[in-house]
Design a protein around this ligand. Structure first.
Ligand code: CP
Ligand code: NVA
Length: 307
């Protein structure tokens, strides 16, 4: 029996890395971006293979991981439950044991967060959370890189989350702890973030029901869709609940004059964000999307070096 495998590092939430490690990843992401933009070849993960399990749709996460592995000299496999045995009921634990004997790192996008935890517990190789119903940590690496590239250190700044207390909101709460900034959460009653995530961040986060009041003097305003993947049938009810929570030009005008707007995308113009906000020439959402590529390349290098 081969017992030589040490415990791999996983990235299931932002709390799995130390603040120093996260800051290091953001710095490295910008270096990798410069390398990529110069057209230099940088094959630090030659022959490495990433397995990617997607139980939900994706454009950015899939393409950024797949392109990133190719650029680093490795490769990526797209695995959908529809055409693997996962969709026919093979246990997640068995899938983890098998895949992790074949590939070097695994990314999973799924519904229940607990599924990713079970997978990681049975994997010999690092596991990356590519979004669960609970959190979306890869997006925050890109958002923090984007902030850093435009405005420098986020420590002590004030970000405002407008909308649903969802997976992205939870990752912003974790980011407020790890990157040391203040977060105002403007969500309607009944759509609050999970207290288990909010309470340990109580010194950094506060709920402010009125989004215009929350936006006052803010450095960063962030939002996301009102109905996440898996909540499609709640769309009409959510549209009613979130009326008044659209990020508008008037809301941006309450923030600091140089405040940034972010959105993980895909966006629904006319719902959570007005077209005139997201389509402004200075909107950073496209940098944010591009930085998924660079930030995850930094993450893959980090985990494979540690794993
Ligand atoms: N932001 C994000 O994760 O996008 P995808 O759903 O397209 O991967
Ligand atoms: N909250 C959204 C994020 C998509 C990237 C969802 O879970 O569908």
């Amino acid at each position: 029996m081969d017992n030589s495998h040490k415990q791999p590092r996983h990235f299931l939430t932002l709390l799995d890395l130390t603040p120093e490690e996260l800051r290091g990843l953001v710095r490295r992401a910008s270096e990798l971006k410069a390398i990529q933009h110069r057209g230099d070849i940088h094959e630090s993960l030659r022959n490495k293979v990433l397995g990617m399990i997607f139980e939900k749709s994706s454009t950015r996460t899939r393409v950024s991981f797949e392109a990133g592995m190719a650029q680093l000299g490795g490769s990526a496999l797209f695995l959908s439950p529809r055409d693997t045995q996962l969709g026919r009921g093979e246990p997640i634990e068995d899938t983890a044991r098998v895949l992790s004997r074949m590939v070097d790192v695994i990314m999973i996008r799924t519904f229940e967060h607990e599924k990713v935890e079970r997978f990681a517990a049975h994997s010999r190789v690092p596991v990356i959370n590519g979004l669960t119903d609970l959190v979306h940590p890869c997006q925050l690496l890109a958002d923090m890189q984007t902030w850093h590239e435009h405005r420098g250190d986020i420590k002590g700044r004030t970000a405002v989350w407008v909308g649903d207390g969802n997976n992205m909101c939870h990752s912003y709460i974790n980011a407020a702890r790890q990157f040391d900034f203040q977060l105002r959460i403007a969500c309607p009653e009944g759509y609050d973030p999970d207290p288990a995530i909010l309470e340990p961040a109580a010194d950094r986060c506060e709920i402010v029901r009125d989004p215009m009041a929350a936006a006052a003097g803010a450095d960063l305003i962030v939002t996301d869709v009102w109905a996440s993947m898996g909540q499609e049938e709640e769309q009409a009810r959510r549209e009613a609940a979130f009326a008044g929570y659209q990020v508008t030009a008037a809301m941006m005008a309450e923030a600091k004059p140089d405040a940034l707007f972010m959105h993980c995308l895909p966006a629904h113009r006319g719902e959570e964000v007005a077209a005139e906000v997201i389509d402004r020439p200075d909107s950073v959402v496209w940098d944010e999307a591009e930085n998924r590529l660079h930030a995850q390349k930094a993450l893959l290098e980090f985990l494979l070096a540690k794993g």
